[in-house]
Design a protein around this ligand. Structure first.
Ligand code: ZN
Ligand code: ZN
Length: 662
């Protein structure tokens, strides 16, 4: 047998020509797929002399995707075993799992998932090998004549969209056969691959839920049934994931929003448009007030702009050219008609604003600007409206109407480096004040195919962002070529209490809008110069940040944000008057305190206060009254007795002022 020389994970290796990666990596079960000359391949792939082979672990991003996609395959096989007349759509991996779309004869119900899962376990146990087979369009169409959706994919081979590319979209058309114990195919699917070597490499999986989904995402196409599942390299990791989901479910801001009476989405107003109730209003105002104070300290100037504008403004800004899909359709206003109904003066198109930037540019432009005024920092809690598809709406974290804490900074090129550096420090410190403490940064750099502005300016701005980011001593992730065409960007990603990552603030340099709006300032030498513009949203939107904080704190807000900071609970009715006076004194001291004067018994009142996640329960009984004191009961159940009233007030005021959690 001839020998070939290859490189495996950086080391030279000679081996028999019929050896495959599956033999090379036989001792390491965690290697489930490999890269050959940079391309992801099955472990059963044939090797040639000179190949460079790299192992890919099941725990790596590529390994996880292959595991999850292979599990989707097994699910499709199981579905067709259990429900023979089900037709197949597509089955790509997604974040933390996979799905497969089916056209079944009956809608799937939860019992079906149990049956499908048990059929899957049998397939996994059998250790069926995934075998790649190259085919032609004509042969594939014949072989898959009973699978109309697959046949459609064969027709659109090529740019079939991101998800369908799992099935087709490679340079060759391939079918994967699952081989049974006797080596004969038991099931086949049109697929680009790669897959795990065999089904027994699926360590842990679970089917999650079903949903309706249009074939290839278009409502013009038939409605299919989608089954979602998840798969992990170990049972422990699967369990941890399921626990995280359960914890996230408990913290879901949509659920807490109702339970804590914070906000709602009345049907009468429309999707994605929230109203804040009094308790949510208090949290929101506390968030905004503190942000205002901090912005004032950093020399921001506060501006206001309307929610509506003529189309011309968004033509100047370019939004109508590249963002029209994300905007609400226009209203036609001020049309004048003749007596006979014909148009005397055509109307004007008005749009709800999706962004505040163009308005701030008009404020900048409202008069001549001198270098002495720069940096000019304009800040607005600006409410914007974006026409998001109803499928992506998610409580207040993804809504159609929301209020950005939006700032635009206009500075000279020379000021840009210092400005970006102090800005990032300001942003991170403010997020810390709201209780987020773990961050990483993402730097999006120039897309060489698509950008406006000068190379030198891009290089300088990108370097300035990089320097500012590095100075923070945080992990910095490069998003190479990921910037918008108008400038580089830093985004701050924050981890919440259960380890989920949320994109929070963005700092975006913009070389385009100052040009489009012809913004200028007069420089020291009297020449007219163009300022640099920096967009900066810190919370993103107040609503979204509200939702993130609600989930981060699981509704148990720190006292400075809590709608009710202290609730008075008398041990018995006889102490109501005494405790009522204490609560009055607290209110006088600026504490959001209430007395529970309901007919409920004490234990019920304590439970209610716990449900409402109120930080301080202020309890008074006979001993307290005699001593002119109260007792505190905290959310964790701990109790502190005999606190003199003045000390009780001081303790609450202290944690509010210091914005600490209790
Ligand atoms: Zn596949
Ligand atoms: Zn902006």
């Amino acid at each position: 047998m001839a020998q070939i020389s290859i490189t495996v994970d950086g080391a030279a290796l000679k081996l028999e020509a019929d050896q495959r990666p599956t033999h090379i990596f036989a001792d390491n079960k965690d290697v489930v797929v490999c890269r050959v000359n940079g391309v992801l391949k099955d472990l059963w792939t044939e090797l040639s002399d000179g190949d460079v082979v790299e192992s890919v672990l099941i725990s790596s991003p590529d390994g996880l995707a292959v595991l999850r996609h292979s599990t989707a395959h097994v699910m499709a096989q199981a579905v067709q075993e259990v429900y023979a007349n089900t037709r197949l759509g597509i089955g790509p991996p997604i974040k933390d799992g996979f799905y497969y779309d089916f056209d079944p004869t009956n809608t799937f119900n939860p019992d079906d998932l149990v049956k499908i899962e048990s059929a899957m376990r049998k397939i996994v146990k059998e250790g069926q090998r995934f075998r790649r087979r190259v085919t032609t369009e004509a042969d594939a169409l014949k072989e898959l004549a009973h699978e109309p959706y697959k046949c459609e994919l064969i027709g659109i081979k090529g740019p079939a969209g991101e998800e369908a590319s799992v099935e087709v979209g490679g340079s060759e058309l391939t079918i994967y056969d699952n081989l049974g114990r006797d080596g004969n195919p038991v099931w086949s699917d049109l697929c680009r691959g790669p897959h795990l070597p065999s089904t027994k490499h699926i360590p842990a999986f679970k089917l999650m839920r079903t949903a309706a989904a249009y074939w290839r995402g278009s409502e013009k196409n038939p409605m299919l049934q989608r089954i979602y599942g998840t798969a992990w390299p170990s049972q422990d990791e699967l369990n941890a994931y399921l626990e995280l989901l359960a914890e996230a479910e408990k913290r879901d801001h949509r659920r807490l929003g109702t339970e804590l009476d914070l906000f709602s989405f009345p049907e009468e107003i429309g999707s994605g448009l929230a109203v804040f109730h009094p308790k949510g209003g208090i949290v929101r105002r506390a968030m905004e007030d503190y942000s205002r104070i901090r912005h004032e300290e950093e020399n921001y100037e506060f501006v206001y702009s309307p929610h509506l504008t003529k189309a011309a403004l968004f033509e100047t800004s370019g939004h109508l050219q590249w963002y029209a899909d994300g905007m609400y359709p226009p209203m036609i206003l001020d049309e004048e008609l003749n007596a006979d109904g014909t148009v005397k003066k055509p109307g004007q198109q008005y749009y709800m604003k999706p962004m505040n930037c163009p308005f701030h540019n008009l404020i900048y432009k409202s008069r001549g600007r001198s270098y002495r005024e720069l940096p000019l920092r304009l800040f607005e809690f600006g409410t914007v409206y974006r026409y998001e598809k109803s499928g992506v709406l998610h409580g207040i974290t993804r809504a159609r109407g929301f209020t950005q804490d939006d700032a635009h900074i206009y500075c000279t090129k020379e000021q840009m480096v210092g400005e970006l550096d102090s800005l990032l420090t300001f942003v991170l410190n403010l997020l810390r004040d709201y209780g987020l403490n773990e961050f990483y940064l993402e730097l999006s750099t120039k897309n060489e195919e698509k950008f406006v502005g000068e190379d030198a300016d891009w290089a300088e701005a990108t370097e300035a962002l990089r320097k500012a980011a590095t100075a923070q001593n945080l992990e910095l992730v490069l998003d190479e070529g990921g910037a918008a065409f108008y400038g580089p960007k830093i985004s701050v990603q924050a981890k919440d209490a259960i380890g989920r990552t949320w994109q929070m603030s963005t700092i975006q340099v913009d070389f385009q809008l100052p040009q489009r709006f012809e913004l200028e300032y007069s420089a020291t030498d009297g020449t007219r110069q163009r300022p640099v513009m920096i967009h900066r949203a810190l919370f993103g939107s107040i609503e979204r940040f509200f939702g993130v904080l609600t989930e981060h704190y699981s509704g148990a807000f720190p006292p400075w944000l809590a709608p009710v900071q202290a609730i008075g609970i008398p041990v018995a009715d006889t102490f109501s008057d005494y405790l009522g006076d204490v609560i009055k004194a607290m209110r006088k001291a600026g504490i959001r305190a209430e007395l529970d004067a309901s007919d409920d018994r004490m234990q019920k009142k304590v439970r209610n206060a716990q449900m409402q996640k109120i930080p301080f329960m202020v309890i008074a009984g006979e001993e307290d009254q005699k001593a002119g004191a109260v007792s505190f009961r905290y959310r964790n159940g701990e109790q502190k007795n005999g606190i003199p009233i003045a000390d009780a007030i001081a303790e609450i005021k202290k944690v509010v002022a210091e914005r600490t959690q209790v």
